[in-house]
Each structure stands twice: as C-alpha cells, then as structure tokens.
Design a protein around this ligand. Sequence first.
Ligand SMILES: [Zn+2]
Length: 338
Amino acid sequence: MIIDCHGHFTTVPTALHEWRKKQLEGSGVHGQPLHISDEELRQSLEGKQLRFQKERGLDLTLFSPIAGQMGHHLGTPEQSVEWSEVCNDLIHRVCQLYPRNFAGVCQLPQSSSAGDFGVQASVHELERCVTELGFVACNLNPDPSGGFWKVPPLTDRTYYPLYEKMVDLDVPAMIHVSSSCNPCHHHVGAHYLNGDTTAFMQFLLAPQLFKDFPTLRFVIPHGGGAVPYHWGRYRGLAQDMGMEKLNEGLLKNVFFDTCVYHQAGVDLLTKVVPTENILFGSEMIGAVKGVDPETGHNYDDTKRYVEATTSLSAAQRQAVFAGNVLRVYPRLKQYIQD
Ligand SMILES: [Zn+2]
C-alpha cells in the first residue's frame, strides 16, 4: 500500500476562485453557497489527480485545499472562517465521491488580522472537520502574514489551544505556508522552503513545546526545506546550545515528507534523516508540473526516487510508503479497514 501524505485540490473548478474573488471584493457572496456540481468535481479530478494516482500506483492521497490560496493575510478574520469552511466542505465532497482515493486534510481559518491570529477559530474548524467530516489532519501556516513573518513563532503559547485540540483529536498538522505577497520571496521556489526550514528551527529552539505536548506531531513538507541538506548544522546548533540530540528530542514529534524532485535529493533525505521520520508525499499536481528531460518522468513522480534509493531496505521503504504515514495519521485507519 502506498499513501501520499501531501496532495492539494489544485485542479479545482474555477467557480471556487470566482467565489473567493467576490468574497474579497465584498460583492455579496457572504452566506452564499458555492455552486459546483458532482460532475464538475469528477471532471476536475479524473484525467488529472486520479489518473496520476493510478499510473503511478498510489492508493490513497491525503487531500487538502490549495495551499497557495489559503491567503491568511487577505480579508477579515470572518472571511477567513467562511473561506475555510467553503474549501474544506469541497474537500469533503471529493472524499465522499472517491472514498478509496482521498482522505481529507483541512485548511484552518488563521488570519494575520485577528487578535489571536485565528487560533480560536482554527480550533473550532479543526474539530468540525475531524469529528463531522472525518478529516485526518490539518495544514498549519507558520506565516499567516504572507511572506512578512509578522506573527509569533509556532512555539508561542498563542498556539497552545490549537495544539491541545490536535492532541485531543490525535491529528497531526502539516506545516504549510500559503502564497507570498512579498516580492522578495517567490511562493513555491523560496517562501515554501523558507517556511519549512524556519518551522524546524523554531521547534529546535523551543523544546518546552514537546514537553508540554509529548504526542503533538508536525509534518514538514517539501523534504524539510533546507533541513536535511544542512543536517550537520542543526545537530551542531542543538549541541552548542546544550540541547538534546535531534533524534532523542524533536524527532519524536517532527516528520518530513518526500516532496523532493530529484533522485539525489531523496538519496540525501533518506540517508541523513531516520527512516521512521520520513513519510511518502508527492504534492502532485503542484509546484512543479513538468517532465524532467534527464529522466523522461515528471519531477513530482517521487515514488520513483523512493523506489530507486539505495539508502532504504525493503522494510524501510514500505514504512516510508505506508507504515510511517499510518503511525503519524492514526485516523487514516478508518479509510483502509476494508
Ligand atoms: Zn503542499
């Protein structure tokens, strides 16, 4: 079994984008339903996400709203709540249409303009999505200010009500920024990787967080940003600061996906990061959609790299493909029981 822990509804019908545009323009969609038929949903997935799933031999994708469109720096806190509900409800419909192919992961109504940055609203939406819609995790934006980093670090006590709820519901969060409105940071080429790297360093600097929440779990996507490549730097920083070794401390709570789009990158990831901390992910159809002329395959066909790496035994490879994902996302068991 192969579970892709990182997928977004990037091929969503344009009606969703139009709804959001009207919402932000204040032109009267408040409280209005989104009109997308089941047939339109099917058309937006078959021949795209579902075709790739089948062609690449993937069984189940953890599916969330488009990360780049979360836009926590846009609109009012109330609009962020409404937008999150609309996006998450659409993901729920996809999971109902294709219950064997997709499991839901929710967007949270974080908001850079809310006093608590939308944490309390996020608690409510997470609970709704998990207990009413059957979702298995959430995406947590470490920079709801959209590229300007105007909010406290993820280890700040502001976030504790959300972490209490995550622990209570036994769901992890994938750390995932949204779009960048700072022209210095290209969104998927810089902002995403900055966000991943920054979040890891925030966790390293504040070991009290995982003492307060020993079972709290975060998945850092895009292979962990710059972290695996600079593993010696992070081990050394922890050592210099008199902290626990990484594998005795935060690696009980922090995991990485395999969204690295070349063989040498996955070789490095699987060589330096303990196998039990690596979860299979592809983020298809996402940041990089093309075919690599050096291999003849899509850059985001990450299963090939995991299969080809010599750093993993057969048992370790299977753990990356499914076992580790099931351990970090225990609510997935409801999807694979039959
Ligand atoms: Zn993503």
